[in-house]
Design a protein around this ligand. Structure first.
Ligand code: G3P
Length: 223
């Protein structure tokens, strides 16, 4: 199975503005050559710029559960969609939301035709979120984010527990929520280990955005 690789550009300088565009183009090249499901999550202000120059799925890093009207300063799903977003990251560990807001945001994104990738910090939280039927659910251990110590190598039982939970939910409910994991993913082996533990792919940031040669790291991920 070719993995799903979502690369979160966060607000890294190397992945902002014109650099976000160049970095996304390299992801497009690797996606086309490898057949792997590679996507990028860019700063919302970069969505139009990036989505206009690549054909791979571009995700927003945040959406608010608002509709057309008076909501100054909010990121409305319809606007993200119209500017080229394919989907949205919701409840990332660096952008946590109350449960009720996660639910409303998933609903609003669906209405706007956006895919939803919702993060959870542990299996208990994942259990509540999976019922909201996001398209993808990503387990990210906050303690390992940005450390270069991968969640698949350092917390394999938690990864397996999470993917098993999503699997049983899907089987019992006849759904297809896609499980991913992230935090510290740094090598191709970390990606393969995540797959062995039942995940369909990974969410990653620093190992690629801060790499001297992001293309070679990405190629190793999809090998
Ligand atoms: O969303 C991905 C992220 O939080 C993991 O970050 O730098 O540990 O790959 P990193």
């Amino acid at each position: 199975m070719k993995p799903t690789i979502i690369v979160n550009f966060k607000t890294y300088e190397q992945a902002t503005g014109s650099r976000a565009e160049s970095l996304a183009k390299l992801h497009e090249k690797v996606r086309e050559e490898s057949g792997a499901d590679v996507m990028v999550a860019v700063q919302n202000a970069d969505i139009h710029r990036v989505s206009s120059s690549v054909s791979i799925p571009v995700l927003a890093q945040h959406a608010d559960p608002v509709s057309y009207g008076s909501n100054t300063g909010h990121d409305m799903p319809e606007c993200l969609k119209e500017n080229g977003a394919w989907g949205v990251l919701i409840n990332h560990s660096e952008d946590r939301m109350p449960m009720e807001e996660i639910k409303k945001t998933i609903e609003r994104c669906k209405e706007a035709g956006l895919k939803t990738i919702v993060c959870a910090e542990n299996t208990a939280e994942g259990k509540d979120i999976v019922k909201m039927l996001p398209d993808y659910i990503a387990f990210e251990d906050p303690e390992l984010i940005g450390t270069g110590r991968s969640v698949s190598a350092n917390a394999p039982e938690s990864v397996k527990g999470f993917s098993d939970m999503v699997d049983s939910f899907n089987r019992e409910e006849g759904k297809e929520v896609v499980p991913l994991c992230g935090a510290g993913i740094s090598t191709g082996d970390d990606v393969r280990k995540s797959i062995e533990l039942g995940m369909h792919g990974v969410l990653v940031a620093s190992a690629i955005t801060k790499a001297e040669n992001p293309e070679s790291v990405l190629r190793e991920f999809v090998a």
